[in-house]
Structure formats: structure tokens, C-alpha cells
Design a protein around this ligand. Sequence first.
Ligand code: MG
Length: 389
Amino acid sequence: MMKNISVLGSTGSIGKNVLDIVSRFPESFSVKALAAATRIDELARQIETFRPEMAVVLTKDHANALKNRLSPGHSVTILYGDEGYKQAAIHPDVHMVVSAIVGAAGLVPTVAAINAGKDIALANKETLVTAGDYVMALAREKNIRILPVDSEHSAVFQCIEGQSRKALAKIILTASGGPFRKMPQDKFKTIRPEDALAHPTWNMGKKISIDSATLMNKGLEVIEAKHLFDLSPEQIDVVVHSQSIVHSMAVFHDGSVLAQMGIPDMRAAIAYAMSWPERLPLAMPVPDFAELGSLVFEKPDRVKFPCLSLAYTACREGHTLPAVMNAANEVAVQAFLEKKISFVAIAEVIERTMDKHLLEKKPDLLDIIRTDSWARNQAETIIKDLPRM
Ligand code: MG
């Protein structure tokens, strides 16, 4: 059956890979809506290739710029802003919405899509990190599926498929460890954004590359996994595996461990979310195990990478604290990319923002959005008080 999809975040690294899969399996997928922010040229190329009915950009100016870039007489409906993203999320002919807008901005359109009864291929971590309880309850109520795009969650999802849920004891998320795994801690002060952007195994956007370097990416994934698989924080372990061959594991109560493996290519997980329960013939290369010789694992260093512990704290406390942590992280990462704060200050800004927060129990969507902007303001204030780099 042809699956109609809407891609929120089509010009980012996930979005481009989604469209790569669509172009290879045109008999399986049809693109109805594409939503981006400001990369007009890339979006215009995508529109010419995939012929969606609807395209969405950030502002009216971007919408006009996009119109001028398209060939004359193009029939695509161009929308912009929050209402535009919502329309792309709830397009009546769409079966599945790919949620790949980076950051907390992805939350509202994803919730709109769930409310409209769409299945979600979820790449946007913040949806579950900031509003996991709310979103999972809504997904159950609307009887839709949230299919993980993140390689670790896809791995767990694949390992537990067909197993008794009661037999699942815990999961083990693998982490590449980022580019500073071997760097001595006293050198961390000298890390520049360009060093952190050079990820050893995965080719990703800027925000997620910094999150990988601080291990916050793994922290966000722990919180995401808690909601996606209904686990307690104690049931989620993290192990560093820089080869990125084992994408994550599930441990059952008889002591059996199932691992999902493959080469580190995000298209495998993306394709599985898009095509589930089918598997697409991707013709991916398979790891050469004899060539690899061994698979190596090590404990994450929580002293060098305090963000992981901050995320476990947020995961245990729950309620509004993960949203606070996430917002502070977004602000701190942006400040680091703009060379306003040091690499080590990222964790400091997050921790101090979390310390200032008074937990609100059982937040609804508006509480989450309010908390998110409170935490951004707090983090900005904390950054202003830090010594300039
Ligand atoms: Mg991941």
C-alpha cells in the first residue's frame, strides 16, 4: 500500500535521509507535505523532485522567497509559521508524519499530528523528553503508533518485537562516546565548537553533534526510552561502544541479551520506522565481523561528562524537570556554538537552571511550554553572569 507522508524538518539530516528513502521506493511512499524553516533553496529542490501538495517555511518572507524560487505555475500550497507546521502535521491524506524538526519547536506540531490520528515516525527527541507522559497518554488515547527513528530506540524496538513485554528486564543503550572520549579532562577547557562538530561515526546536525560530544544526547535518549518503552530509569543502562555496530540491546529476565547490529547508517532506522512492520530491501553493507575482530564496550565517564548524570536526575524526578533540562541545554549549546561559553560551561548552565526550578507535577502541554520558556530565560541569565570566554 502507498503510504502518504508529511515530513516536518525536511531539509535537516533526518529529513534528507527520509526523502532519499522515498526516492528509492517511490511505489511505497508519496510525499504530501514538506516543512522546513529557512533553507529555501534545498526545500525548493525537494518540492520540484517530490511534488508535495503543501510546503511550509518559518516566516512570510521565507514563503515569498520560496514562491520566487519555484518554477512558474507551480501548484504547491505554501504556508508559514506555527499554523503552517500544524497544517502539514494534520494534512487529511497523510498516514504518517515524520517528526524531524530539531529542538522543542518540534513538540507542538507532533502533538497536533497525534491529535489528528497520524502515526508518527519520531526523530524529534524533545517531544518525549519534555512532554513524554502527556504525549504517550495521548498516543494511547488516539490509538496511534510512535515509531522510533533514533538508531538506539529503533534497535530496542526491533529487539523487543514479538517478545513478551513482561519478560523485558532492562535495556542497554550504546553511545559512541563522542569525539572527546579519550581527551584528558584538563584539556576540556580548550574545546572549540569546530572540534565538537567533528563526530567520529555519525554525520549529523550541529545541535545533536554537540549533544553527542557532551553525552547529553545519550541522556536525552535515556529519557526518551523511559517513555517509549515504559521503563524506570534503573532499567536503562548506557554503555560506550565507539564502533557503533551494536545500536542497542534488550535484556530479558532469563538473562538473554538481544542486540541489534548494523553499520552506522541512520537510514536503516529511518527506513524501519517508515516501513514497519515491513523491511525495505535497502541493500546496506553488512559489518565485516571477521575484519572487526572484536566489539569493544566501556563504561561512560560521568565525571568528564556530567550531562549524562543530569539527564538521569531529570529522568528520575520527571514532571517538568526534563523540559527544564532540555531547554537549558538548547540555550547552552547555542551559546557554546556562538563561542559565548566554554564546553565545560554547558553542563554548568544546565545544572544551575535545574537547581533553580520548582517542580510542577503532572504538567499539561501549556505548562510544558511555559516551563520551557522559563528555563530558557533562566539559562540566558546564568550565561550572562558567567565569565566571558
Ligand atoms: Mg541516537
